[in-house]
Design a protein around this ligand. Structure first.
Ligand SMILES: [Mg+2]
Length: 225
């Protein structure tokens, strides 16, 4: 990363610029103004012996750390704002929309479509999210019924036992969501909290998301989280 010195004649303070970011070695704070992030770092912070001057490299590293934390904070706030009052459906595929391990059944997608409104967020929690070609297949099958994916859950491990935690992590990152349901044929309730279980609708591998199960999911979605 290249930083340009834009200090000019400004006494002992040094100011460096990279893209929209600016570091001034001086005070110790961060603010955003006129489309630009400004980070100022005091030359004597951290564990440096009194009187030693912080190196520019160290100031840059600190600035980058501050920017990263600040951006994560902003993105989180944005996620909360954009999901406020929304409902989320966590979707497994095998045993929910697919009964033979290969084909997504249009009738089962119809059952899903019958309970989803335009504002709802369908979040893929199935292992199908981990492979581009499979994820595209899910997107294609949903699109044929006017539905679309709005996200995928993060990966916390290779086992299905992690799925409740993956869903909870997603919810934690989208705090605006007020109603949610988990559609899955696996015994997620064995590995989940009592609160999670209230949002869980277990389908059967050979039947998938039947009309009855879709109605059950609808009832869960009506409950506030
Ligand atoms: Mg499954």
């Amino acid at each position: 990363m290249h930083w340009k010195d834009i200090s000019g004649n400004r006494g002992t303070w040094q100011t460096f610029k990279h893209g929209r970011f600016k570091i001034t070695i001086g005070d110790n704070h961060i603010h955003y103004s006129e489309g630009e992030w400004v980070i100022t770092c005091h030359p004597w912070f951290d564990a440096h012996p009194i009187g030693s001057v912080l190196s520019l490299e160290s100031a840059k590293r600190k600035a980058i750390r501050i920017i990263k934390n600040k951006l994560e904070e902003c993105l989180k706030a944005l996620d909360t704002a954009t999901t406020r009052g929304k409902r989320a459906l966590f979707l497994d595929i095998d045993g929910v929309l697919c009964l033979d391990g290969e084909t997504i059944e249009p009738d089962l997608v119809d059952n899903l479509a019958s309970i989803v409104t335009r504002k709802d967020m369908i979040v893929l929690s199935s292992a199908w999210r981990l492979h581009n070609s499979l994820r595209l297949e899910v997107e294609r099958a949903l699109a044929q019924k006017g539905l679309s994916l709005r996200g995928i859950t993060p990966t916390l491990g290779q086992t299905l036992e992690k799925r409740p935690a993956e869903i909870e992590t997603w919810l934690d990152q989208h705090k605006g969501v007020t109603h949610w349901v988990v559609l899955d044929d696996y015994d997620l309730d064995m590995y989940a909290s009592p609160e999670f279980c209230k949002h869980f609708v277990k389908t059967r591998l050979r039947d998938g998301l039947t009309k009855d199960k879709a109605e059950e999911a609808q009832r869960v979605l009506e409950k506030e989280a």
